[in-house]
Design a protein around this ligand. Structure first.
Ligand SMILES: Nc1ncnc2c1ncn2[C@@H]1O[C@H](COP(=O)(O)OP(=O)(O)OP(=O)(O)O)[C@@H](O)[C@H]1O
Length: 255
């Protein structure tokens, strides 16, 4: 569980996060949505400990980040998995080399133990024949699976994903969303995903926070978001013609 209490983050005179309070539960896919520039990436970087808010607190399973020593922060960092936008794989390493990398960096496991763990997570993300391939030899959807395998190889308590669907076709995007949700539930991870993708909102938005100009404008579930009267949220959700039609159908059904 992550609790966020009134966090503020500025860069010089630019006040980007203006007092965000929320919480993200374990075993749930939590989504952060909002217009470009609303502060989603800065928020995710605060959760990752890459930016320290100048005001407010972030608490990870009862531990306040600001109260942790440097070595405790390092330990916490190792409990976090990250799926970057565009996958961010090492081009010169094979699929299994990419997934093994965190184990080599941060653990003292034997080669056989690491290989077992890599085989297990690659199988978990349904990649069985790609171990020896290089990123240039696999599809975008497969690259995301490798990025997810690498993010979970250390058995994280927290999983952060920045636009995990960017660059994927809608069908593959849904498979990746479902995989993230399954893994989140199976391993009881606290998962936070930055997204623009309304399909993700519908499919896996167990909790959604909507940011606007650095404020939390709204929060709720994927069921609630389609019923809200909050104008900023409806403008965002129904910016596409398809979703306007869905809303119209919903209103007609209700009446
Ligand atoms: N390191 C930084 N230094 C100065 N300003 C920054 C920095 N990082 C972000 N900002 C500013 O913070 C604001 C929010 O940026 P952020 O990247 O969090 O938006 P976003 O909601 O993730 O947008 P997008 O959906 O386009 O990625 C922007 O005005 C941006 O210019």
């Amino acid at each position: 569980m992550i609790q966020v209490e009134d966090i503020h983050k500025s860069f010089g005179d630019t006040h980007v996060l203006k007092g965000i309070t929320t919480s993200f539960e374990q075993g749930k896919t939590n989504l952060v949505i909002g217009q470009s520039g609303s502060g989603k990436t800065v928020f995710l970087k605060c959760l990752l400990g890459l930016f320290e808010p100048e005001k407010g607190q972030i608490c990870y399973n009862g531990q306040f980040y600001s109260e942790l020593s440097i070595s405790e922060r390092r330990d916490l960092r190792q409990e976090m998995g990250m799926v970057f936008q565009g996958s961010a794989l090492f081009d010169s390493m094979t699929v299994e080399g990419n997934v093994m990398f965190p184990l080599e960096m941060f653990t003292k496991q034997s080669r056989a133990e690491m290989q077992d763990r890599v085989d297990f997570v690659l199988e978990r993300v349904n990649l069985v024949d790609a171990h020896k391939k290089f990123p240039s030899e696999i599809s975008g959807g497969m690259k995301k699976r490798v990025a997810i395998a690498r993010a979970i190889v250390m058995n994280p308590k927290y999983l952060f994903c920045d636009e995990p669907n960017s660059g994927l076709d809608p069908k593959t995007a849904i498979l990746i969303d479902n995989l993230i949700q399954e893994i989140t539930r199976e391993y009881n991870i606290t998962t936070v995903i930055n997204t623009h993708d309304m399909n993700s909102v519908m499919e896996i938005g167990e909790k959604i926070i909507f940011l606007k100009n650095g404020f939390k404008e709204w929060e709720g579930t994927n069921k609630e978001i389609f019923k809200t009267d909050n104008e900023a949220v409806t403008n965002f959700v129904y910016s596409s013609e398809l979703f306007k039609k869905v809303r119209q159908m919903y209103i007609e059904e209700r009446n």
